[in-house]
Write a protein that binds this ligand. Structure first.
Ligand code: HPA
Ligand code: ZN
Length: 326
C-alpha cells in the first residue's frame, strides 16, 4: 500500500541534490584519516552534534568546512558512489547532480580533480546502481561573478561532462542579476540553466532568475507563494520548482513540516517536485522526504503520482528516456 514506508516506488527523478551535501559523517572521518587531516570534532557523534542549523548560512559554514577532506579524485569518486548506492536504495531512477567546483578551487583542489573524480563515480551508474545521472556545475553566488565566468570558461575549455549550470550558496544580497553574463555564456554554450531562488530570498529573486538568467527550473522557489502574479506566471509556463521539504525545516525556512507550502502549491497546479538538497545534513534522502511528507499530510496516491510525474517531466531528459519513466 501507499502508506508503507520504504523506497519510493513511483519512477522518480532527483533534480536538486548537492553531491557535497551527501558526505555522511562516517565518510568525512574515513576520508580525513586517509588524507591525514585532523578534524575539529572528536568523533562522528561530535560532528553530528553540529547539525543544528539556524538558517542557510549556519549550514553553509559547516558544509564548506567539511569539504576539507576532499583532496583526490578517489575522494570525489568515493563520495559520489556512496550517494548513488543510497539513491538507488531510495528508488531514484534518474539524478541531476550539482557539484560546487569553486568550493574546491578556492582550497587548492583543481577543477580536473573534482570533475574527473565525480565523473568516475557516475560512470556505469545505471548498471551498478539502477539510475541514470547527469552533472550540473553550480556557481557560488556569494563570490564574484567574474570568478564564476572564469570557471565556466575553464569547464567549457576542458569539455567537462556537464549538462548545465546552477547558482547556489548564500542567497540574500546576491541576486540573480549579478550573474547575467555567466548565464548568457552558458546559454550560448548550449548548457541548461537553473538557479536557486526563493529559498531565503524573496519572490523578486525568482522573477530575476526567470527574466534575467532564462532558467528552465527554479531550485526551492517556495517563497513564490508570496506573489500572486508570480504564481500565475509559474502556473502558465509550468516552470519546475524543485522543492526540498526537509531542507526547509532544518534551515528554518518553514517552522515545521506541517507548515510546509508544498501541498498547497501542488493543489494550485504548480509544477512542484520533491528533492533532498543536502541529505546528509538535513536528515534524509528522497525516500525519507517522501515518507515524512506522506505521513504529515496524508498524501494520497494521486498526489504522490503527480509529484513523481512532475520530477520526471522536469528532468533534462530526452523524451525517449522520460517516456520510459512516466
Ligand atoms: N541552498 C543554497 N546553497 C546550497 C544549498 C542550499 O540548500 N546546499 C548547498 N549549497
Ligand atoms: Zn540546494
Amino acid at each position: 500500500s501507499i502508506s508503507r514506508l520504504g523506497p519510493v516506488r513511483l519512477p522518480t527523478a532527483e533534480l536538486h541534490l548537492h553531491i557535497e551535501g551527501t558526505l555522511e559523517p562516517e565518510l568525512i572521518f574515513a576520508l580525513a584519516l586517509r588524507n591525514g587531516i585532523t578534524l575539529p570534532y572528536r568523533d562522528v557523534s561530535a560532528l553530528r552534534e553540529k547539525y543544528k542549523f539556524t538558517d542557510l548560512q549556519s549550514f553553509l559554514t559547516l558544509y564548506y568546512s567539511n569539504m576539507a577532506v576532499l583532496l583526490t579524485e578517489q575522494d570525489f569518486e568515493d563520495m559520489t558512489r556512496a550517494y548513488l548506492v543510497r539513491a538507488g536504495a531510495a528508488g531514484v531512477r534518474h539524478a541531476e547532480i550539482f557539484v560546487d567546483p569553486q568550493a574546491h578551487l578556492i582550497r587548492g583542489v583543481s577543477l580536473e580533480t573534482c570533475i574527473n573524480g565525480v565523473t568516475r563515480g557516475l560512470a556505469d551508474s545505471e548498471a551498478r546502481y539502477g539510475l541514470t545521472t547527469s552533472l550540473i556545475a553550480a556557481f557560488l553566488r556569494d563570490r564574484a561573478a567574474g570568478e564564476a565566468l572564469d570557471v565556466l570558461e575553464q569547464l567549457i575549455a576542458m569539455d567537462a561532462p556537464i549538462i548545465g549550470i546552477g547558482l547556489d550558496s548564500a542567497e540574500v544580497g546576491h541576486p540573480p542579476s549579478k550573474f547575467i553574463a555567466v548565464f548568457a555564456r552558458a546559454h550560448d554554450a548550449g548548457l541548461k540553466c537553473v538557479a536557486h531562488a526563493g529559498e531565503e530570498g524573496g519572490p523578486e529573486y525568482i522573477w530575476e532568475a526567470l527574466d534575467l538568467l532564462g532558467v528552465a527550473r527554479i531550485d526551492h522557489g517556495i517563497r513564490a507563494i508570496e506573489d500572486e502574479m508570480l504564481v500565475e506566471r509559474l502556473l502558465t509556463e509550468q516552470i519546475p520548482l524543485t522543492v526540498c521539504p526537509l531542507s526547509n525545516v532544518r534551515l528554518r525556512t518553514v517552522d515545521t513540516l506541517a507548515d510546509h507550502p508544498l501541498p498547497g502549491m501542488l493543489a494550485r497546479g504548480l509544477n512542484v517536485s520533491v528533492h533532498s538538497d543536502d541529505p546528509s545534513y538535513f536528515g534524509g534522502y528522497l525516500d525519507d522526504n517522501m515518507a515524512q511528507l506522506t505521513s504529515t499530510f496524508a498524501l494520497d496516491s494521486s498526489q504522490l503520482a503527480e509529484l513523481a510525474a512532475n520530477s520526471v517531466r522536469s528532468a533534462f531528459l530526452p523524451r525517449e528516456r522520460s517516456g520510459t519513466l512516466l
